[in-house]
Design a protein around this ligand. Sequence first.
Ligand code: OMP
Length: 214
Amino acid sequence: MEDYQRAFIELARRYDVLRFGEFTLKSGRQSPYFFNAGAFATGAALAALGRCYARCIVDAGVAFDVLLGPAYKGIPLAATTAVALADHHERDVPFAYNRKEAKDHGEGGSLVGAPLAGRVLVIDDVITAGTAVGEVIAMIEAAGARLAGVVIGLDRRERGQGERSAVQEIAGRHGVPVLSIVHMGHLIDYLRERDDAPAGALEAMLAYREQYGV
Ligand code: OMP
């Protein structure tokens, strides 16, 4: 695990973004952990988060023309990533986001910010079964732009429609990189390293991975 990946998990624990317990996911799966990116709710947390996403993008060397933050949770993530790329990597990149409901007055439409053109890099929080990101990709294609890749904070590394993980399915289907700052294996490694890990969390994570992991 790289230092920035451990820092990301520690940040997520500090802000209660990463919680261990019993949670029902969008897919209906019962999960022993949940990652709520909405709890990165201070300026310092968002700044640190942006640095992690920017670092992941720069390390991977992915080529893109515009960052897209899908509503709702992707919007601050893409914004803070754009700021970190400008402040720490000397890259001033266009940034766009969408509304969930199209606006029929004022400037109208469902897209805000930079025009959605060329190669679009999607910045989002979590991929489990891939449903949410599938809808974003359809929106990019409908706008006449092209998907450059997807960057998420956490890849839960769970099976999608078949035997592969949802992330592998998306990368294969669209021929683009799907990057994550951390994946479920990093969370398990982190729990193994910690003496103060919540009781039973490691065992529950291993059992869950056995059932739904790839
Ligand atoms: P999929 O659409 O199944 O890939 O699930 C991704 C979405 O589920 C995220 O964008 C969240 O809305 C939500 N989610 C989390 O935020 N954190 C988790 O740890 C798990 C989920 C989830 O419901 O699977």
